[in-house]
Ligand binder design. Structure first.
Ligand SMILES: [Zn+2]
Length: 287
């Protein structure tokens, strides 16, 4: 599940590797991957890659100008199971994970792959000036890293919604997903079920400090991730998916609440006043 730290290290590595490299061919084996049709994907061919960066959890490839235009930008959404990786060899036509294949004159191939059976990852080929206005970009809240100011964060969370979904809402704050939200709330010693509008100023400051785990994760990746992005990122998670294990800070048992597509982990001793929250999966079965 690539979130801000994973996409940040991915785009840093790609930016270093691809700067100035030209596109030979671009193909979209994923039937529904391209969400734009004009210009066509072939418009990438022959262009040099100028830079790679990210907006929230979305990688963006910027390509040099050609034919009198201002260049092109390829905005990519990895959704929950996409990966953007560079390979030395070309993908096998049988590789069912391939969604987008960008063959480079360096001999490498940049692939958008997606694990699992669902095809959800997508890309849009836009004029550089259109990126900021794209609906997925224009609706984003401020970036979670570098963190907004404490004052700005206080405004962002001043909503009658539980912190867990609120912090994962890209329109409120951009870059946080199901893994890092658990880490941020644990770091801040805040309950996932506390409402944003109910935070006092001390709690907002703790939440602000908790966002620091994103920068720490990026620093960790800078140390352990090499030139090529692995399939499985070595995520330095301390509570997410660690139910049953001792809290690394206080030793209490980490608990979980399961939802249909995700799970929430927390330390009951430090985040919920000792209360173990209802397991929604279990309570549904018992109904
Ligand atoms: Zn604890």
């Amino acid at each position: 599940m690539p979130e801000l730290p994973e996409v940040e290290i991915t785009t840093r590595r790609l930016d270093a590797a691809l700067h100035g490299v030209a596109v030979e061919t671009a193909l979209a084996p994923g039937m529904n991957t391209m969400k734009t049709f004009d210009p066509p994907l072939e418009a990438l061919e022959g262009r040099a890659i100028a830079s790679v960066n990210r907006i929230g959890k979305m990688p963006v490839l910027h390509l040099a100008a050609a034919d009198g235009d201002d260049g092109l930008s390829l905005l990519i959404h990895l959704m929950s199971a996409g990966r953007l990786q560079l390979f030395e060899k070309r993908a096998s036509p049988k590789d069912r994970a391939s969604r987008l294949l960008i063959r480079l004159d360096s001999g490498d191939e940049l692939r958008l792959r997606e694990f699992g059976t669902k095809q959800r990852a997508w890309a849009k080929l836009l004029a550089p000036g259109e990126v900021a206005g794209d609906e997925m970009v224009a609706t984003l809240g401020p970036e979670a890293w570098p963190a907004p100011t404490v004052e700005r964060l206080a405004e962002i969370v001043d909503e009658p919604r539980h912190l867990h979904p609120l912090l994962r809402d890209q329109r409120a704050i951009a870059g946080i997903g199901r893994s890092w939200v658990d880490e941020i709330l644990w770091q801040a010693r805040l309950s996932p079920f506390k409402k944003g509008a109910e935070l006092d100023s001390d709690e907002v400051e703790r939440l602000h400090a908790g966002l620091g785990v994103l920068g720490e994760a990026i620093d960790h990746y800078e140390e352990v991730v090499g030139d090529r992005i692995p399939d499985k990122m070595p995520m330095p998670l301390r509570v997410h998916r660690r139910e049953g294990e001792p809290c690394p800070r206080c030793g209490a048992t980490i608990e979980a609440v399961f939802f249909s597509e995700h799970q929430m982990n927390y330390c009951p001793a430090e985040q919920t006043g000792g209360r173990v929250l209802k397991d929604r999966r279990l309570s549904r079965l018992l109904k």
